[in-house]
Every structure is written in C-alpha cells, then in structure tokens.
Design a protein around this ligand. Structure first.
Ligand code: NZQ
Ligand code: ZN
Length: 389
C-alpha cells in the first residue's frame, strides 16, 4: 500500500426530505446565491419550488441560471462567471447531476481568476480559490457531489477536459434518494455504468497489498449490480435508490483509491466519444470498459480472475485463471446489456469514421500515453475503439 493523505471536506446530508434544509446550510456560506440547474427536470418534479422556498425562508437572494446541458459547455460557464461578478454572488447552489455540479465548480473558480477559466482545464494554471459550491443531487452517477474534479466541454474544437483540484470539492451535498424516482430508466443505467466505471478505474491497479480497498470496491460494485434491477423494476424503491445513491459518492470521493494508483484510461477514451457524439458519459463507458478489459487483462490475469470470482461468482474450481478473467469480462458485458446499456459503438449509432480522430485527440497526436495499469499509445487507443465497434 502506498502512502496517502485523505481528506474530504464535503458534508453529506443524506435521506428523505433533506432538501428542505438547503436554505439553512446555504446561509452559513452566503446570502447572494446563484441557483444553477439543467433543462428543467427540477421544475417538473417540484424540487425547484421546495428549494426556492427553503432559500427564501433563510432570507437568501437568488439569481438563477438554467440550461446546463449534459456534457456541459464552456460557454455557459462563462455566462455564469459574468453573472456572478455582476451580481456579487457569494455562493453557488447546483441542483442536478454531474453536468450542473461541474458547471458550478467551473464558475466558482472562474469568478476570482483574472485569466481564462479554460486555463484550469488545459492545465496551464491551477485554481487557488473558489466561490463555495453546494449541491442538491438528483442523479447518482458522476460522483461530482463530493469529488475534486469537474469536466467541461469547450465547443471550440469539442475538447472535453477535466480539472482536478482540492479547491473545488463542494462544501455540502444534500442527497435525497426520493429525488431519483423520476429518473428515466436510461439515466438510471447510465448512472450505474459511471459508478461501476469509477470503481473499475480504481480496481485495476499495479499497486500491491491493497486488500482493504480491493474488498471495499468489490462490495460497492456488488451493491450497484444488485440494486439497479430493483430500481428499474420499481422506480420508487427507496432502499434500492438509497444504496445506489450512496454508492455513487463512495465510488468517486477518493476513499477507495487511498494507498493505490488507479488507471483512468477508459475515462479519457470515453470523453472523446461524448465530446464528439454527445452521448451520455455512462453509455460511453459501458461501451469502452469491456473493450479496455479485453485489451488489457493480460497485464494482470490474477487481478481480473479475482474480480470475476468475488463480484461475478465465477467458480475457481472449474476454470483456470485466464478463463475466469474472460468470464468476468463477459459477465460485465451481459450485465450492461441486461439493464439496457449499449456495449458496442454501433449500438450507440457510432461508426468507424472518426476513430482515428478520437485516438489522435486522446493521445495529443501520439505525443502522450494514457493509463497507469497499462500505458496506452495512440495505436493502443485506436485498437480499443476498434474492439468496441
Ligand atoms: O437537465 P435536466 O432536465 O435536469 O435533466 C437531466 C439530464 O438530462 C436528467 N436528470 C437528472 N436528474 C433527474 C433527471 N431527470 C429526471 N429526474 C431526475 N431526478 O438526467 C440527464 C443527465 O444529467 P447529467 O447531469 O448530465 O448526468 P450525470 O450526473 O451523469 O453527469 C454527467 C457529466 O458528469 C461528468 C461526465 O463526463 C458528464 O459530463 N463527470 C464528472 C465527474 C466529476 N466531476 O467528478 C466524473 C465523471 O467521471 C464524469 O466524467
Ligand atoms: Zn465517470
């Protein structure tokens, strides 16, 4: 196990009806709030009214910015920065999923910065401060509610880049599983694929002697695998929704990569897909991850066999290690298919025409390798896209 420092400053407020305390939590940080949300699901579900009432009861002045799109865009971030400066906003409340939260984080670091906020995503500057961000989460998926990252798409070149910094973790995340009852099935399963992908990215490590985190990851994976079909069968199954929601945070708040180094190539490979084709991030991961696994399992067959045994119950008395590893990968693919996710590019309407372009972008024209479990060159990335066709 490697040395590590673990600190997560996000206060989690979890459970039924918790959104009604958003005013009380917010007023601890600011009284001029930017309320940020997406395409309107929060209005349809009545959440908007409850949040507004709670903010009003705490005497908070609200400025709204709506219209965050999935795979959130830089142009709206810049609009938000201008609005915050003009209105002297001192707190940003994100009500929604990863796209809304990531936009809030970008606006938060952009306001006090003199340069172009995209610098942070290019890695040419690091944020030193932010307007505090709070969250009311409506979809368990990205884990952005307690993560140190934000992913934004620059429409100029369709570049989807991430910023990682401790500065941007939200100060609180209100998580009421009841708010997820209204999710379309497709969003539920895309969220599940993202949660599972965050677990796999951490699981596939070259770090030795990480048994505790291995087993915590396996337990979180099993929890998601068992509860997603329950939520699909009964969207208002509180217990299933609660398990999935807590798993989304646990999978990506850095607890499960303590003492180990994760891989993260599949996320980079997927970001090219959602940047160009605007598909849901989780759907892209359901396509990319099985292909990445087939391409990389020989790096550490025993680790893949361990996952197959502990998570997919593949019997180690009946199969050799390589067979087990492959059975685990096929079990994952079958599971994704069974819950309604695409597992091939063609199922998402993507053909071979832009694979070279994506491999180029992902490898910075062949100048950078990605991934830690196995270092992937431009050619490797292209091979994985082809395997996913
Ligand atoms: O926009 P509205 O109308 O609200 O509808 C949203 C949106 O269309 C809908 N939705 C959300 N909650 C709902 C609901 N519909 C009905 N009832 C509800 N309760 O769901 C759609 C998807 O929302 P989005 O926020 O895009 O989903 P998600 O949370 O999956 O976020 C995806 C983004 O997060 C990034 C992804 O790349 C992608 O851009 N990621 C962010 C990470 C981070 N910051 O740590 C890590 C991840 O790996 C990921 O890259
Ligand atoms: Zn993800």
């Amino acid at each position: 196990m490697n040395n590590f420092i673990y600190q997560n400053c996000t206060k989690i407020i979890f459970g039924k009806g918790t959104e009604t305390c958003v005013g009380q939590e917010t007023i601890k940080y600011g009284n001029k709030v930017l309320l940020l949300y997406g395409g309107g699901s929060i209005k349809k579900t009545g959440l908007y009214d409850r949040v507004m009432q709670s903010l009003k009861d705490s005497g908070i002045e609200v400025t709204e910015l709506a219209g965050v799109k999935p795979n959130p865009r830089l142009s709206l971030v810049k609009e938000g920065i201008d609005l915050c400066r003009k209105k002297n906003i001192n707190f940003i409340l994100a009500v929604g999923g990863g796209s809304v939260i990531d936009t809030a984080k970008a606006i938060g670091v952009g306001v006090p910065y003199n340069g172009d906020v995209w610098d942070f995503y290019m890695g040419t500057a690091g944020p030193q401060e932010t307007i505090p961000v709070g969250v009311v989460l409506t979809i368990p998926a990205a884990g952005s509610e307690a993560s140190n990252s934000s992913v934004i798409t620059n429409e100029d070149g369709w570049l989807k880049f991430g910023l990682t910094s401790e500065v941007i973790r939200p100060v609180f995340a209100i998580m009421n599983p009841e708010l997820t009852y209204t999710l379309p099935d497709y969003q539920t399963v895309c969220g599940a694929a993202d949660i599972m992908a965050h677990l796999f990215e951490r699981y596939f490590t070259k770090t030795k002697n990480v048994d505790l985190t291995d087993r915590l990851i396996e337990a979180t994976l099993k929890t998601v695998i068992l509860n997603v079909p329950k939520a699909l069968a009964n969207p208002a199954d509180y217990n299933a929704r609660a398990e999935i929601m807590w798993a989304s945070t646990i999978a990506h708040n850095n607890l499960l990569d303590t003492g180990r180094i994760g891989d993260w190539a599949s996320h980079k490979i997927e970001h090219e897909l959602s940047a160009i084709y605007d598909i849901a991030h989780g759907a892209g991961l359901a396509i990319v991850f099985p292909a990445w696994m087939k391409y990389c399992y020989k790096e550490d067959v025993a680790r893949f066999a361990q996952l197959a045994k502990r998570v997919w119950n593949v019997d180690d008395n009946m199969f050799d290690m390589e067979e087990m590893a492959l059975k685990g990968i096929y079990a994952l693919e079958n599971y994704f298919s069974s819950i309604g996710l695409p597992v091939r590019l063609k199922q998402a309407g993507i053909d071979e025409s832009r694979l070279e372009e994506m491999a180029d972008k992902c490898s910075f024209s062949g100048t950078r390798e990605i991934g830690n479990f196995k270092k992937l060159s431009r050619q490797d990335i292209l091979n994985i896209y082809k395997l996913a066709l």
